[in-house]
Design a binder for this molecule. Structure first.
Ligand code: MSP
Length: 513
């Protein structure tokens, strides 16, 4: 049986998640739900990256221990994922005992293999990224090295540390990136390849002195050191499905591994991760899906830039999780950064969910109740509608299988528009028995509802229950297979939002016009 093992990055819980984290997580959730819908066995892993200096400092600032801090934040993250209706199978925390054991054991094995060794290191470090930057990578502001992502001054660190022999994996990484289709879209593989070719691969530090970073997994054979957060974090993808603890589960899921990541952590997930896996004799993941950023006023949305859009703002504004999820997925772009404005999100929500879909469902539901007491029996489906349904389903499945969620949603929109055109042309409200027209419309609504269900699961369930049909796999959908619709309710699903001039981060200015 075909499977899907899908992961999000594990997030640094130094602050609550925002729209950027929601972007990745909802996308992974949509793929998980779609794959379950078509009958695949799915395991969906998300979680938090709880060790390291960034967390240690965030806890210090609050005057609590790192453990108390991450425990509290794990609750906060889980609540946000409930708010967005995220259907993960497991929430991994890097402070989980089973994970710590895997990290410690992997470190030991690589040390025994001679792939980890001790030496002196000096360089410019960004705490927000938890990584060193070499000349050429950082930017100079007033002659001082700054992080290119966070625009903050870098810290000079000098320490004796443990290294992982990344340099030994240059050929392996080059071959994996150039000869497989793992990285999607492929342009990101080329980007990494160019960098590998230009700069080569230098060994990387994989431990920190305990007196600098106490909050980490201890190096098993040297208690003066803790294991570097990225070494720790990447291994969540294997520890989370039973690596070293449940070999059958691990072997059952690893061949289907799909990691969803933002382009900011591409290097770690290709060069470093592929090498670590190879060093542990594990094949690379099946796919690495890379997306670009949500930006606002030209800057990546994030705590550092101070342009965060809170998740609760989206959920409140767009009528709950479904609206928020839809808007995010329609914005979703793998290649290009997307400038987010409230106006843009409002217009997606209003025109696609409220007008095209919600309104159609309501109109058809009300008409069926009024004209035929809610009972619509099978009739021949209008040829043009049948064609539109089949075209949409075919393209939708193709797009979803090729991981292109927002393109798939555009296909659904096309069908929604065709159904709206049809209802306005045939004017069922003028007929005494519009059963034929209603049946065609309902088959169309059923197809739209099925296709939207990975993105708007709540609304899809409400409609299928109110209209009396099942949410089948879009691959098994047959036009005209429903014997009878029994409409018990015509739900109003997506209320329109009014244009308001409002800043999502709180400050409100007076409504214009
Ligand atoms: N902890 C590491 C990942 C370790 S995975 C083994 C980390 N965490 S993070 O909290 O900084 O967030 C990571 C992810 O959040 C990014 O890769 C990206 O997927 C997502 N995003 C955060 N801000 C974003 C935007 N403004 N736009 C799109 N995605 C963004 O890195």
């Amino acid at each position: 049986m075909e499977r899907l093992y899908i992961t999000t990055p594990i997030y640094y819980p130094n602050a609550p998640p925002h729209i950027g984290h929601a972007y990745t997580t909802v996308y992974a959730d949509v793929l998980a739900r779609y794959n379950r819908l078509v009958g695949r066995k799915v395991f969906f892993l998300t979680g938090n990256d709880e060790h390291g200096l960034k967390i240690q400092r965030a806890a210090e600032k609050e005057g609590i221990t790192p453990k108390e801090f991450v425990d509290k934040m794990a609750g906060v993250y889980r609540q946000y994922w409930v708010m967005l209706n995220i259907s993960y199978d497991h929430f991994i925390r890097t402070t989980d005992g089973y994970h710590e054991k895997v990290v410690s054991e992997a470190f030991k094995r690589l040390h025994e293999k001679g792939l980890i060794y001790k030496a002196k290191y000096a360089g410019w470090y960004c705490v927000d990224c938890e990584r060193y930057y070499s000349p050429g990578e950082y930017v100079l502001v007033d002659d001082k090295p700054h992080c290119p992502i966070h625009n903050k001054p870098l810290e000079w660190l000098e320490e004796e540390t443990y290294y992982f022999k990344l340099s030994e994996f240059k050929d392996y990484v080059t071959k994996t990136l150039s000869e497989t289709d793992i990285v999607y879209p492929p342009s990101y593989a080329k980007e990494v390849l160019n960098r590998v070719q230009a700069e080569g691969l230098r060994d990387v530090s994989v431990a920190r002195p305990k007196d600098r970073v106490a909050w980490g997994i201890p190096v098993p054979f040297d208690p003066d050191y803790t294991i570097y957060v990225w070494f720790d974090a990447l291994l969540n993808y294997v520890s989370g499905i039973g690596y070293m603890t449940d070999e059958v589960r691990f072997q059952g899921y690893w061949p289907w591994a799909h990691h969803v990541i933002g382009k900011d952590i591409l290097w770690f997930h290709t060069v470093v991760w592929f090498s670590l896996l190879k060093a542990l004799d594990i094949p690379p993941p099946r796919r690495l899906i890379v997306h670009s950023f949500l930006i606002n006023r030209g800057l990546k949305i994030g705590k550092s830039a101070g342009n965060v859009i809170p998740i609760e703002f989206l959920v409140e504004r767009y009528n709950g999780s479904d609206g928020a999820r839809y808007v995010l997925m329609k914005l979703f772009n793998l290649d290009k950064d997307v400038e987010v404005t409230i106006d843009l999100m409002d217009s997606i929500y209003n025109s696609e969910l409220a007008d095209t879909y919600g309104n159609l469902v309501r109109r058809v539901g009300v008409l069926a109740a009024k004209k035929v007491k809610g009972k619509v029996y099978r009739r021949d489906v209008d040829k043009k509608i049948e064609e539109s349904i089949e075209t949409a389903l075919g393209r939708y499945v193709e797009d979803m299988e090729s991981l292109e969620v927002s393109r798939a949603l555009s296909e659904v929109q096309e069908l929604g528009k065709a159904l709206n055109t049809y209802i306005n042309e045939v004017k069922p409200w003028e007929k005494s028995d519009p059963s034929k027209e209603l049946y065609s419309l309902l088959e169309g609504i059923r197809a739209v509802t099925v296709m939207l269900s990975p993105v708007t699961p709540r609304a899809s369930t409400v409609i299928s229950e109110s209209f009396g049909f099942k949410l089948v796999s879009p691959r098994d959908f047959r036009v005209g297979s429903v014997e009878r619709y029994n409409i018990v309710e015509a739900p109003i699903l997506f209320r329109k939002v009014q244009a308001r001039r409002e800043s999502p981060s709180g400050g409100e200015s007076p409504p214009s016009g």
